[in-house]
Design a protein around this ligand. Structure first.
Ligand code: ATP
Ligand code: MG
Ligand code: MG
Ligand code: MG
Length: 437
C-alpha cells in the first residue's frame, strides 16, 4: 500500500477525553473514530489489526475442535422469554421494535439463539460433543462506555458454546477452551492469566476470566506471580485426550479477581510470589450445565435411551477489546509497538527524499520486491519531511522500518530499523530484503 493512496488520518494530539494510552494511541494512529458514545468506526489501519486478531482467535478455535457459524445481531425477544432472561437482563439490553410491532433486541450474547439452533437438529448423544462459535458484533448499553474499544457499547466478540451429554463431557469441553485460550493470547504477544471468576447464581467452580495485567485495567486482581510467566501449552496438544493436567497446573496456583478474592488463601502464598495488580478481562469461560437447555428444552438422547438436557458452556473473547489490551501492553513514548502476529503491516518504507530519482527508484524496487514476496508493506511515498515520516511510522508501530535516504543510496545501502528494540542496520537493499522475506 502506498501511503499517498491510503487513508491514515493520524492526529498530532489525542482528544482530551481519551484517558488511557491505548485509547489515545488508537485515535492518534487513525485506527478508530468515535461515531457515538461507545460506538466506533474502524478505519483502515484499525480494521487490519482487528482482522488479524480475529483470525488468530478463529484459528485457535478451529484447532480446538470448535465449528464456526454466524448468528445475526438482531434476535427475537420471545426467544429470550423462553430462558427468562428478557426481563432479567436490564438496561444493558438494547430493545428494538420493528414496523410490525415485533419486539427484537440487539444481541448482547447468544446463549438462547445457539440453544435454539442446537435443539432444532441435535437429538442424540452420538452427535456430541459439539462446540459452535461465531465472531459477531454485540451491543450492550454500558452505563459508562469508556477507554475507547475497551468498554464500547458496540463491540466484537468471539463467543463459543459447547454441548455435551454429561458433566464429564462438559468438563472436557471446558478444558479444550481453557487451553485454546492460553494459546491464542500468547500468539498475540499477551500474557493472559486465567483467574477464578464468579459463576453467579449457578454456582460451581467452572468459570475463569482471562486477565491481562495492566495498570489501567478495570479489575483488581490477585495471583501467584509464576502464572504470569508460564508458557502456553502450544498447538501440539492432544485436544481430545486428557487436558486436565494442563488446566490443573495453572488452577493449582492462586489467581482470583476481586469478586472471588480470598484474602487468607492469598496470604498463604510466600510474600515474594504474591502479585496484587490491576487487569483487563480479555476473555471469560463458563460452564453452566442446563441453565438454558432445561427451560429451552434442548434435550438429547443418551445411550440408555433417556432424554436429558444438554450440558452447556460458553466461552467469550473480547476481540475488539484485545486491541486496547495489546497496546496497553506494548507501546512506548513514540507510539504503538505491534507484535508481528497482529501488525497492520509488517514493514514500512520511509522515503526520506521523495522526488529524488535515486531514492524513488530504490523505494520502488523495495516495495515491489516485498509485495512480490507476500509481505504486507506500507510505503510512505508522501512528500512529508523525514522527521514527520519517522514520527508517523513510530506512532503506527509497524515492526520494521526500511529507511531510504540520498546519502545511503549513494553508498549503496538502506537502513532497517526494528521498532521494538530501536536497533538499526545499514546494508545493501538485497540484504535487507532477505531479512524481511
Ligand atoms: P466486563 O466485566 O468487562 O463488563 P463482562 O464480564 O460483562 O465484561 P462477558 O459477558 O464475560 O463480559 O463477555 C465476554 C468478553 O467480552 C469479556 O471477557 C470482554 O473481553 C468482552 N467485553 C465485554 N463487554 C465489553 C465491552 N463493553 N466492550 C468491549 N469488550 C467487552
Ligand atoms: Mg459487563
Ligand atoms: Mg466481567
Ligand atoms: Mg465476564
Amino acid at each position: 500500500m502506498r501511503l499517498s493512496r491510503y487513508f491514515l488520518p493520524v492526529l498530532k494530539e489525542a482528544p482530551s477525553d481519551a484517558q488511557i494510552v491505548s485509547h489515545q494511541l488508537m485515535l492518534r494512529a487513525g485506527m478508530i473514530r468515535q461515531e457515538a458514545a461507545g460506538i466506533y468506526a474502524w478505519l483502515p489501519l484499525g480494521l487490519r489489526v482487528l482482522n488479524k486478531v480475529e483470525q488468530i482467535v478463529r484459528e485457535e478455535m478451529d484447532r480446538a475442535g470448535a465449528v464456526e457459524l454466524l448468528m445475526p445481531t438482531l434476535q427475537l425477544a420471545d426467544l429470550w422469554r423462553e430462558s427468562g432472561r428478557y426481563d432479567a437482563y436490564g438496561p444493558e439490553m438494547l430493545r428494538i421494535t420493528d414496523r410490525h410491532e415485533r419486539e427484537l433486541l440487539y444481541g448482547p450474547t447468544n446463549e438462547e439463539m445457539v440453544t435454539e439452533i442446537f435443539r432444532a437438529s441435535v437429538r442424540s448423544y452420538k452427535d456430541l460433543p459439539k462446540n459452535l462459535y461465531h465472531v459477531q458484533w454485540k451491543f450492550r448499553d454500558e452505563r459508562r462506555p469508556r477507554f475507547g474499544v475497551m468498554r464500547g457499547r458496540e463491540f466484537l466478540m468471539k463467543d463459543a458454546y459447547s454441548f455435551d451429554l454429561d458433566a464429564e463431557g462438559a468438563r472436557k469441553s471446558y478444558n479444550r477452551m481453557f487451553v485454546a485460550y492460553l494459546n491464542l493470547y500468547a500468539r498475540m504477544g499477551l500474557k493472559a492469566v486465567p483467574m477464578r471468576a464468579d459463576t453467579g447464581p449457578i454456582g460451581g467452580d467452572l468459570s475463569h476470566e482471562f486477565i491481562v495485567l495492566a495498570e489501567t485495567g478495570e479489575s483488581a486482581v490477585f495471583c501467584h506471580k509464576d502464572l504470569v510467566e508460564m508458557d502456553p501449552p502450544g498447538a501440539d496438544v492432544d485436544w481430545y485426550g486428557d487436558l486436565q493436567p494442563l488446566v490443573d497446573q495453572r488452577t493449582a496456583l492462586y489467581a482470583a479477581t476481586e469478586e472471588m478474592h480470598d484474602e487468607a488463601a492469598f496470604d498463604a502464598i510466600p510474600e515474594g510470589d504474591r502479585l496484587s495488580a490491576r487487569g483487563i478481562e480479555v476473555g471469560h469461560i463458563f460452564s453452566f450445565g442446563t441453565k438454558y437447555s432445561e427451560p429451552m428444552k434442548a434435550y438429547v438422547m443418551g445411550p440408555d435411551g433417556k432424554e436429558t438436557p444438554a450440558q452447556m458452556g460458553s466461552y467469550g473473547v473480547g476481540v475488539s477489546r484485545l486491541l486496547g489490551a495489546i497496546i496497553e501492553a506494548s507501546h512506548d513514548e513514540g507510539g504503538i509497538i505491534w507484535p508481528e502476529s497482529v501488525a497492520p503491516f509488517h514493514v514500512g518504507i520511509v522515503n526520506m527524499r521523495q522526488g529524488d530519482a535515486a531514492c524513488d527508484a530504490a523505494c520502488d524496487s523495495a516495495y515491489k520486491a516485498l509485495q512480490a514476496a507476500g509481505v504486507d508493506v506500507l510505503y510512505d511515498d508522501t512528500d512529508a519531511r523525514g522527521g514527520a515520516k519517522f514520527a508517523t511510522m513510530d506512532l503506527i508501530g509497524l515492526p520494521w522500518q526500511l529507511i531510504v535516504g540520498p546519502k545511503g543510496v549513494a553508498e549503496g545501502v538502506v537502513e532497517l530499523k526494528n521498532r521494538k528494540t530501536g536497533e538499526r542496520v545499514s546494508e545493501p537493499l538485497d540484504a535487507v530484503l532477505a531479512r524481511l522475506t
